[in-house]
Design a binder for this molecule. Sequence first.
Ligand SMILES: C[N+](C)(C)CCCC[C@H](N)C(=O)O
Ligand SMILES: O=C(O)CCC(=O)C(=O)O
Length: 498
Amino acid sequence: MPAASSFGLPPLLGVSQLIRALSLLGRSGVPLVAVQSKVTRHHTRNIARVPHSQITNGLAAHLTRAAASAASLRPRSATEDSIQPLPEVSPDALPIVSIGDNKVAIGWDTRTWSRFHNIWLRDHCRCPKCFHAITKQRLVNTFEIPHDITPVTVQPKAEGLEVKWPSSDSHISLYPWAWLQQHSYDPVIHKTDAEKDKVLWGKKIEKSPPTVTYEEAMSEDDRGLFKWLTNIDKFGFSLVQGVPPTPEATEELVERIGFIRETQYGRFWDFTSDLAKGDMAYTTIALGAHTDTTYFTDPCGLQVFHLLSHTDGSGGASLLVDGFYAASILKELYPDAYDVLSNVRVPAHAAGEPSALYRPSPPSGYPVLSHDPVSGELTQVRWNNDDRSVMSHLGPQLVEEWYSAIRAWNECLTSPDSEFWIQLQPGTAVVIDNHRVLHGRSAFDGKRRMCGAYVGVDEYRSKLAVLREKFAPDAVLRTTNELPMAVANGRNIWNSAL
Ligand SMILES: C[N+](C)(C)CCCC[C@H](N)C(=O)O
Ligand SMILES: O=C(O)CCC(=O)C(=O)O
């Protein structure tokens, strides 16, 4: 096995030199050509990674064209990209590695190579001296690493890249290949990431809304829980059928996900239209599609509703709208409005009770549409027109533009093709991702009793991550779980979240 080490290759220089160096190594059957200019990054601000065929919309005439092109907003798929997801490294075709001035280069295949700064590699050493395998916390003293540190040797091993560092105790680090691919930052390598598989939906979701049974959700082996949370992650909501129509059973159901988030409405709520809390939810009035707790710095992550009973009256149907879908339509039809909603901060308040006065920090609030600053993807919708505070910070030049933008947004949200109406019955709970799916209800009369709770977004995401680790391990876990010293205290030190 030819090993490229500091004496095997010149420092990283021009592409042609690298090509020559690599071909000199004569690795049979695996010619490596480093063509970095072919590496392109994804364009930014995508709504979601959604295959066209998965968009379940049924748009009215005026939205049909928009939906078709909204689907085209998705990032290019792996096959359209110049970079394919990289295959798992096999022991008989190891990557080629070389030391450059201040970086180590890894040639993955004929077209793709990654470079890692020496200091970055040293700082990310996961040997027991540098990383506490049980607590998953860093032990290495980052600030003692010489900023010009250079490996003595780099060796491709079956398990990963082995780096020998210049130190009296001859420190050796090993970085699994899949882990290096996953964390490649120069260039960022395309990842097929299950977390990105969102399915945007419209009214047609009513034909087959994502559902699990109570038995599945409560089953001890956690598979049903995984299915449930995966539904929420993909669609932004999931029904749970067959729930005993009691607050106790519903509370237990919520606790399967994580800690209940207590708020001014209580921990677990059991409410009717008695205005027990100073909020319109506690009346019989219709509520348009909104997200909850827009007045919190950190709005609640999940919201669970379970209709326990409704007697002596009618109405009170539940409304769900996929905010990511509505945003994709807005972006297509009214790109300027999309920008306004992505940038203008909206203040909000909860002030119906004398004992509480909630506003977000900063008090100017947050934009209706928030994006991941790294990927540009839409991450959160915050919208409750009822709870909006005074828009005094807009500036005179923006006032009309702002009102036009929210009018367009409202049009996308209230289009019959965006709205999924469902008449809940005792026994069917609905769990909603409050950062994505808006909810509302029609007006009603009679006595209607609803119970439910909030769960913090971090609780829900943590539980989903743990279940993924168990039931849908990614390439890094699949290839490193068997490595000696990789798994300590039930978790792999190479888990991509660390
Ligand atoms: C769900 N529960 C009935 C407890 C409270 C409802 C709060 C609704 C409020 N306007 C908001 O958007 O936060
Ligand atoms: O009463 C309902 O069905 C929903 C109430 C609501 O929208 C809320 O509590 O935020």
